[in-house]
Ligand binder design. Structure first.
Ligand code: NDP
Length: 333
């Protein structure tokens, strides 16, 4: 698979270039809004071509797929242009700024017969898969509740558009609540129906929220509680799933790396649960390559990206208006 990177971003630099290359993908070019940044990024990562012209990048017949990791307001136009040029697309979350835009991206990919995936990495982790296996195999009985702890500290080098640019998709809800929505859907196998929420600016957010707490109603009756923040240096991340026959405590698992621990507590006692420690992003790329080869679906599809965005939008709306909000998935099923 031959790739173009759309966006000279931190996530590409820190994780995705290595992940693509580890899966024998070739990175042909990088595109940035700045010629200097593109050139420097290409030199730093031994990428043969760079530039500021999206159309030129998309005309490159040596490019099969694009990875989009620009700021969120650019994802829609860049993804549609890539699909128009016949390229498969792996897009960062949130897919877009609105539900309609994200749905448009999914429909465009369907019409063009192209693979369109969302880079939700957490469902690719061995830890989340192990938790899901425990739930599906009935080890905790009927699931009563899920608590998602994702209040972290945004490192200084990322304290840019995320904390002060609503027009670029800033705020903790588009940034982290989308991930948590995907985790809940992945673990529980159902979509939230409605949400109540509160949000706050607690030290970093300047015109956008930097913290949110919400409670989601699931069709089965399982209750989901979700906490996201950019301002919590020492909280640690994790998730807990509580059932009639047991509880799962997964600590430090809302991360980009294959770390953390899982403990199952039942009437028989406490049991440490092992899990595979593969690279989360590499697994996402592996599944994307396979999907393009006609083997299965990407780890998180475009529809998964629409749904995680829909939940995040409902959380923000509920927090802004102080009311319960039904999650609107539009016409995506
Ligand atoms: P960055 O801020 O690092 O990059 C976003 C854009 O900012 C880049 O595309 C680049 O524009 C521009 N930029 C980069 N460096 C500079 C600079 N020095 N001065 C001015 N502009 C600069 O963002 P992230 O990599 O953290 O996030 C990018 C996307 O990836 C977002 O959609 C985010 O939500 C998502 N993301 C997903 C993660 C996941 O685990 N799935 C984790 C982290 C982020 P240009 O391309 O034009 O050069």
């Amino acid at each position: 698979m031959r790739w173009a990177l759309i966006g000279a971003s931190t996530i590409a630099r820190q994780y995705m270039i290595d992940a693509i290359r580890a899966e024998r993908g070739e990175i042909m070019r990088v595109m940035s809004a700045s010629a200097d940044r593109a050139r420097e990024f290409a030199a730093e990562h031994q990428i043969p071509k760079s530039g500021i012209d999206l159309d030129e990048a998309l005309r490159d017949s040596q490019v099969d797929a694009v990875y989009i990791s620009t700021t969120n307001e650019k994802h829609l136009s860049q993804a549609l242009a890539a699909m128009n040029a016949g390229k498969h697309v792996l897009c960062e979350k949130p897919l877009a700024m609105t539900l309609d835009d994200a749905t448009t991206m999914v429909r465009a990919a369907e019409q063009a017969g192209l693979v369109f995936a969302t880079n939700h990495h957490l469902r690719c982790s061995g830890s989340h898969r192990a938790v899901r296996d425990l739930i599906v195999s009935g080890r905790i009985g009927d699931v009563l509740s899920l608590r998602l702890h994702h209040a972290v500290f945004l490192p200084p080098h990322l304290q840019g558009w995320r904390i002060n640019a609503p027009g670029a998709g800033g705020g903790v809800i588009p940034d982290i609540t989308v991930h948590d929505a995907d985790v809940a859907r992945f673990l529980l196998g159902e979509d939230p129906v409605s949400v109540v929420a509160q949000m706050a600016s607690s030290g970093l957010g300047d015109g956008v929220e930097d913290s949110a707490m919400s409670v989601w109603t699931m069709p089965s009756g399982t209750m989901v509680m979700s906490h996201e923040s950019f301002t919590h240096p020492f909280a640690g991340s994790g998730l807990e799933v509580h059932g009639t026959e047991g509880s799962i405590f997964a600590r430090d698992v809302m991360t980009q790396n294959p770390i953390g621990s899982i403990e199952l507590v039942t009437a028989s006692g406490r049991e440490a649960i092992g899990f595979d420690a593969h690279n989360l992003y590499r697994e996402g790329v592996r599944r994307f390559h396979a999907a393009v080869a006609g083997e299965g679906e990407p780890a998180a599809t475009g529809v998964d990206g629409v749904k995680s965005l829909a939940v995040a939008l409902a959380v923000r709306d509920a927090a802004a208006r102080g009311v319960r909000v039904d999650v609107n998935f539009g016409d995506v099923r």
